[in-house]
Design a protein around this ligand. Sequence first.
Ligand code: PDD
Length: 286
Amino acid sequence: MSRTVYLNGDYLPEAEAKVSIFDRGFLMADGVYEVTSVLGGKLIDFAGHAARLERSLSELDMRSPIGTGALLEVHRELVRLNDIDEGMIYLQITRGAPDDRDFVYPPEDTPPTIVLFTQNKPGLADSPAAKRGMKVISIPDERWGRRDIKTVQLLYPSMGKMMAKAAGKDDAWMVEDGAVTEGTSNNAYIVKDNTIITRNLGNEILHGITRAAVLRFAREAQMQVEERGFTIKEAQAADEAFITSASTFVMPVVEIDDATLGDGTPGPVARRLREIYLDESRKAAV
Ligand code: PDD
């Protein structure tokens, strides 16, 4: 079934949505994106994603083609038109399409390109992977230095997922100066003696919207949280591990570089946080 997508103000069948070959997103990865999940036909943490989008745009001196209120309406309309119960909405804004390729930014009045499309994922919340747990490998973090900006430069994360796949595993955790930064498309956590440990915020990682919510719920539930870097060795000796992202929520990790954590099944902290996160997010969904 053909999707209805959104391009620069219009709702179109996906085959009719076309972007210029001079678009800076295509030529230079000069664009930012957001992924917002949909549960029960409602948006999870829309306000968080909209705020991070504004920040990404402002860090790159890019202007927003749409206000937050109108953006919410576009998200809702796409959910309605495509009849999404569970899934994701992908949003991308680029610096637009000048009339030639040039490293210099195009004139201020070049309209940004904005694209949104839905991804229908029935059963997203009731994922078998969450019951089984994921296996990860470690790889060096070879991305650029501004990972706090959610740009569409996803080649290295994509290579990382391929390295994991070639090793027969589910994903990769990236390591820089001896410490884990994050997963290829998620934030990474370990649990030791009931303390949740995750990389502190900075330019080295994406400031996950799911991360912010999960840490808030953990603290509200009187769990201990430490925001600091950790090594793969420390992770392998942890009681449990997990990742968070808008598309996986809280997902247990049961193996890191061939070392099995605990008894090799999802741990109680990750399972509890997943439950709390899903319950609370559904309640607050818009
Ligand atoms: N990825 N770190 C990286 C590198 C990410 O790409 C993502 C999200 C996260 C988690 O952020 P959030 O909780 O806001 O989704 C952390 C999205 C889901 C993606 O690229 O599909």
